[in-house]
Ligand binder design. Structure first.
Ligand code: KG4
Ligand code: ZN
Length: 376
């Protein structure tokens, strides 16, 4: 089966052609147009601009991906959740191609794509085409922690295609919290990777940031308070930042009282390491609670924040200690961030069950919750 997949739910327009055959997935071609440079100057994704960029990029990308390749048997497209301005571009492109080629369409939930991104993992850390990945390396019941710029969710799957959201953030997503605090430090969007880079050489115990909701007896998250703690710390202390970075912090704190600079021993790396550790402790702590309760055979870590090396290492280590029945699957880091290949893989499972949506009925749903739907 050859699947053409389209992802346009946020700030990446991504198209892939994936062959599912003889027990493996093979990425025949893939192209992604990132909008990071466009959104950088606004400090975050601007939906109106994102929609326009997706509309400009989608057809050239599809054309490039299909050059010298076989015609697809199936089209898989992200229909939600995400920005409506982006989703509509991908969905309308999929509908048009379905109509023209008479090829069936699968509607894929973006979170479901991140869950299946772990089927794109091997020992290498690079994206390569023509690499074969084994189909169905997930054993059920499985538990997924999906942490990205828009989502922080724990999802239980008792079998393939059955999703129950057992925990979610009450306010900011983990990636959003990384990005907002990075902005306070004067780092460009998206700031998560920059914080984790600085954190590598810092002391994670230098600042005692709160671990919101960690002790509460539920599987939900909250990161808005942690962001505020980081803001207050920066207001009340000083970091030895570079000239441009200091200006960035001062500008963003201009509504707060003048910082009583205390000097001190704490470096930017220490701040980043302490902040990152607080997020990791909460994400891992809640996942361990869920493991205890549901005893999954596989633990999946997906979403852009899954690119964080320390989060991966900590989760793998803690799961090993906590629950011998579980093992952890993470995507090859190039596939942690939004990409179309993961949408093809999630789409494959629907296609094998003839779970197609006639193009006339296909719509974008920006609020599509994974539990709402898709038992196949
Ligand atoms: O999944 P994704 O590409 O887009 C959404 O669906 O939101 O995730 C992007 C998010 C951003 O918030 C980005 O800062 C975060 O993933 N991210 C990281 C790292 N790499 C990306 N956060 C922490 N550490 C990283 N290394
Ligand atoms: Zn995503």
């Amino acid at each position: 089966m050859i699947i053409l997949s389209i992802e346009s739910s946020c700030d990446d327009t991504s198209v892939a052609l994936v062959k599912a055959d003889e027990g493996t997935f093979e990425i025949l071609a893939e192209k992604t147009a990132s909008q990071i440079e466009v959104h950088k100057k606004y400090g975050g994704v601007v939906p109106e601009i994102a929609g326009r960029c997706h509309a400009e990029n989608i057809l050239p990308l599809i054309d490039e991906v299909l050059t010298n390749q076989p015609k697809p048997d199936v089209i898989a497209v992200t229909s939600g959740p995400g920005l409506i301005t982006g989703l509509m571009v991908g969905v309308e492109a999929a509908k048009t191609l379905s109509y023209l080629w008479n090829v069936p369409v699968v509607s894929v939930n973006h979170i479901e794509g991140h869950i299946h991104s772990v089927e794109l993992q091997d020992t290498r850390d690079k994206i390569q085409t023509n690499t074969k990945y084994p189909i169905s390396n997930i054993q059920y019941p499985a538990l997924a922690l999906i942490a990205s710029g828009g989502h922080t969710e724990l999802i239980l799957m008792n079998k393939q295609g059955q999703y129950e959201r057992i925990g979610a953030t009450k306010d900011d997503a983990a990636g959003e919290c990384f990005d907002k605090v990075a902005k306070l430090l004067g780092f460009d969007y998206p700031g998560g990777p920059k914080i984790s880079k600085f954190a590598e050489t810092g002391n994670p115990n230098a600042i005692k940031f709160p671990r919101p909701m960690l002790k509460e007896n539920n599987l939900d998250f909250s990161f808005a308070g942690l962001k505020t703690s980081a803001l207050y710390w920066l207001r009340d202390n000083t970091l030895p930042l570079g000239k441009g970075e200091r200006e960035g912090v001062d500008q963003r704190l201009s509504t707060s009282p003048t910082p009583p600079f205390q000097g001190g021993e704490i470096s930017v790396a220490d701040f980043c390491a302490s902040f990152e550790q607080a997020i990791i402790d909460v994400l891992v702590g809640k996942t361990l609670k869920a493991i205890e309760k549901y005893q999954p055979k596989t633990v999946i870590l997906g979403g852009g924040v899954a690119a964080n090396k320390k989060l991966r290492e900590t989760l793998i280590e803690e799961v090993k200690n906590a629950s011998p029945v579980s093992y952890v699957l993470c995507p090859t880091s190039g596939y942690a961030m939004d990409n179309a290949a993961m949408i093809a893989i999630a789409g494959y499972y629907h296609a094998t069950k003839n779970n197609f949506t006639p193009w006339q009925k296909l719509t974008a749903n920006p609020n599509w919750e994974i539990s709402d739907n898709i038992t196949i």
